[in-house]
Design a protein around this ligand. Structure first.
Ligand code: BYC
Length: 319
């Protein structure tokens, strides 16, 4: 079959909402952009464990420690499903990790901000996981089968994460004046970086047009960001807190909240590796990779031994 014919079949599957599967023919650029996006998503999950992991030992009660530990473990699981989904596209996990460590691959800008107080853990759950869910619910309908299926499970876990974050802030918001201040301060610091998670404006988004045609993306960066603002602007009232944006205002005509402009200089600065914690995050990942070398080696040797044992058993049975 010619490339034109194969492309026609591929596009007709996309049109009919039939998922593209690993063994199906797909354009090289479709494969490339999926490897880019899914591996960046996987890296975000893994790097995202660092700011929260920082608080496991310092969470204020045994129950909070156990909940946070479970959440951070969930993020590790999400990273693994996503690395596996990337591997179905023909790249190795090792290569994607090398790309992260060399600084070639990106991960979400949000994880380059520090977690200074316990309230930050609440703000991450409520705002960061809240932003992540909106984006990921859309990705449950993405055109590549393994990515869409990974997203279904991830979204279920993320909604628990968001609830736990909101619960932390709810408790603080009803606490002492110091606890209320801590809650407001965390919201103030995490609000704008959370809005940046959705990426640049649609007019600046280099990948959007093609990704939308291929139904990898089903909603635009700005549409999702607006949805997020509309949701959070209501939820913050329940906390009796405020969002740090003097331009935030309900617009009767559009039935959406208007909001101020993001500091795009800050966003690109963080994306390019110059945020408050970029260097620290990559160093932590490289160290973990180096220190885990013996585990990977032991696992491979064990797998090889087991395979050899099974092969011997089969030989005996045949004989
Ligand atoms: N940070 O053309 P655009 C989580 C890059 S983790 C850094 O609009 P696209 C969680 C973008 O990659 C949440 N870089 O890109 C874990 C592109 O550069 P390249 C992570 C960003 O792909 C632990 C350039 O800017 N979620 O859930 O069409 C605890 C132009 O952008 C960012 C995902 O990864 C950013 N914020 O759209 C708690 C979801 N934004 O690659 C929570 C999957 C943009 O051309 N990813 N860039 O060099 C996506 O949905 C899309 O990739 C994005 C960007 C919406 C993020």
């Amino acid at each position: 079959m010619s490339v034109q014919e194969l492309e026609k079949i591929f596009l007709s599957k996309i049109d009919q909402e039939i998922k593209i599967e690993p063994k199906d023919w797909m354009p090289d650029a479709y494969r490339k952009t999926l490897v880019r996006q899914i591996s960046q998503h996987a890296h975000s999950e893994i790097v995202g464990m660092l700011p929260e992991g920082n608080w496991i030992g310092r969470a204020p009660s045994l129950k909070r420690k156990a909940i946070l530990l479970a959440k951070v473990q969930d993020e590790a699981g999400h990273g693994l499903y996503l690395y596996s989904a990337t591997e179905t596209l023909g790249t190795t996990r090792e290569q994607t990790i090398i790309d992260l460590h060399s600084g070639k691959a990106k991960y979400s800008s949000i994880f380059n901000y520090p977690t200074l107080t316990w309230a930050d853990i609440g703000a991450i759950g409520w705002l960061v996981d809240g932003a992540a869910i909106l984006n990921q619910v859309m990705l449950c309908r993405t055109s590549y089968g393994p990515y869409a299926r990974a997203m279904v499970r991830i979204c279920k876990e993320e909604s628990f994460h968001q609830r736990q974050g909101f619960d932390i802030l709810m408790v603080l918001s009803k606490g002492t004046p110091e606890q209320r201040d801590m809650c407001q301060d965390a919201i103030n610091r995490w609000w704008w970086p959370s809005l940046m998670m959705f990426g640049p404006h649609d007019s600046e988004s280099t990948n959007s047009e093609q990704s939308t045609k291929w139904k990898i993306k089903r909603m635009s960066n700005d549409e999702l960001r607006q949805k997020f603002v509309d949701m959070i602007a209501e939820q913050v009232k329940v906390l009796n807190m405020t969002l740090p944006d003097p331009h935030l205002k309900w617009n009767e005509q559009t039935s959406h909240y208007d909001f101020g402009e993001i500091n795009w200089t800050e966003f690109w600065n963080v994306v390019k590796g110059n945020g408050p914690c970029n260097k620290q995050r990559l160093e932590a990942r490289r160290k973990a990779w180096d220190e885990g070398a013996w585990v990977r080696e032991a696992a491979s040797v064990y797998a090889a031994k087991r395979k050899a044992r099974e092969a011997k058993k089969e030989e005996k049975q045949i004989a």
